[in-house]
Design a protein around this ligand. Structure first.
Ligand code: 13P
Ligand code: SF4
Length: 316
């Protein structure tokens, strides 16, 4: 029996935990979610870790606290499970920058190139369905190195991540001109200025940052690898150049060190408005009503599953 509308005198977080048990649900949260949601989740991580968790869960319901493409990936991997997202409008500017129809038209126009398409996971199911393999910021280098040597590669949709992988691998790729509206706000000026204030603090940046910012970084990596890097580094303070939600987990797991958010030219830190659409109230309502739910046409889902499975195989 589900406790619809009944208040057990628990706080909202307590009610969510109780509902989670009743629903046989698992809560997966991305590193950029608000602290209250991260603290409630069964697993908090980057897109790669979240994909592995989604692939192996035996829960009946997945409450995905992240953005739409992440929940959609979980649904693609779990067609028989209910995947719910606290706010269905939690999108992603990178995903938006590559509509499947445009990609399809581009591929048709350049059929002579017979592209091997590598899609960053920050894209829609429609784009995944047109791709050969998916990658995340955590495995992009590995996935590109594994691509057939005799094929032209088209990397979509993030031009900055794509450029970073070219720098790392030397592999030539054509890049879709998309970007993340949050990470392109960081500039050499804003990061240079904060570094001048904390000269001993290594700069840790996400590969979605522009070239001039990556150039200033001591480490460029996925959000999950930021945790490992900061744990293992002897440094006591770090400048963290990514979405500000990242600082919660860093501070929680490494309380003895100082984490300074990378500023932009306009703000002391950068926040993704999509990631911040999810709240405790919406998570509670989603578990109570089992909606909003991610629904996908089966043909599209099946076509999008193959390149994700290929990525998971290559990443083990
Ligand atoms: P990570 O997979 O590194 O967590 O990145 C996801 C993302 O959306 C970055 O903006
Ligand atoms: Fe998309 Fe950028 Fe938000 Fe990540 S931070 S979800 S890439 S808009």
């Amino acid at each position: 029996m589900v406790s619809a509308g009944v208040n057990f005198g628990l706080d909202l977080a307590g009610e969510i935990k109780a509902l989670k048990r009743e629903r046989n649900a698992v809560i997966l949260a991305h590193n950029y979610q608000i602290p209250e949601l991260q603290d409630l989740a069964d697993y908090v991580g980057d897109s790669l870790g979240l994909s592995f968790q989604a692939a192996k869960t035996d829960a009946e319901v997945i409450l995905f606290c992240g953005v739409h493409f992440m929940a959609e990936t979980a649904k693609i991997l779990n067609p028989t499970k209910k995947v719910i997202l606290p706010d269905l409008d939690a999108g992603c500017s990178l995903s938006e920058s590559c509509p499947p129809e445009k990609l399809q038209a581009f591929l048709a126009q350049h059929a002579d190139k017979s592209y091997y398409v590598i899609a960053y996971i920050n894209c829609s199911a429609g784009v995944k369905a047109l791709s050969d393999v998916i990658c995340t910021s955590g495995n992009a280098e590995k996935i590109v190195r594994a691509a057939p040597a005799d094929r032209n590669i088209l990397f979509v949709p993030d031009q900055n991540l794509g450029a970073w992988v070219i720098e790392r691998t030397g592999r030539r790729m054509d890049l879709w001109q998309g970007n993340c509206y949050v990470h392109i706000e960081f500039t050499a000026r804003s990061i240079g200025a904060i570094h001048a204030e904390h000269p001993g603090a290594p700069v840790v940046a996400h590969p979605e940052c522009p070239f001039a910012v990556r150039l200033l970084a001591d480490e460029v990596c996925s959000t999950e690898k930021m945790i490992t890097y900061c744990k293992e580094s002897p440094a006591r303070a770090f400048i963290v150049v990514t979405e500000a939600g990242m600082l919660h987990r860093l501070q929680k797991e490494i309380p003895s060190k100082l984490f300074i958010p990378g500023p932009t030219d306009r703000c002391a830190c950068a926040e993704c408005r999509f990631m911040k659409m999810n709240t405790l109230e919406k998570a509670h309502a989603a578990l109570l009503n089992l909606e909003p739910e991610i629904i996908l046409p089966e043909q599209l889902r099946a076509r999008a599953e193959a390149p994700i499975r290929r990525m998971l195989e290559l990443s083990r």
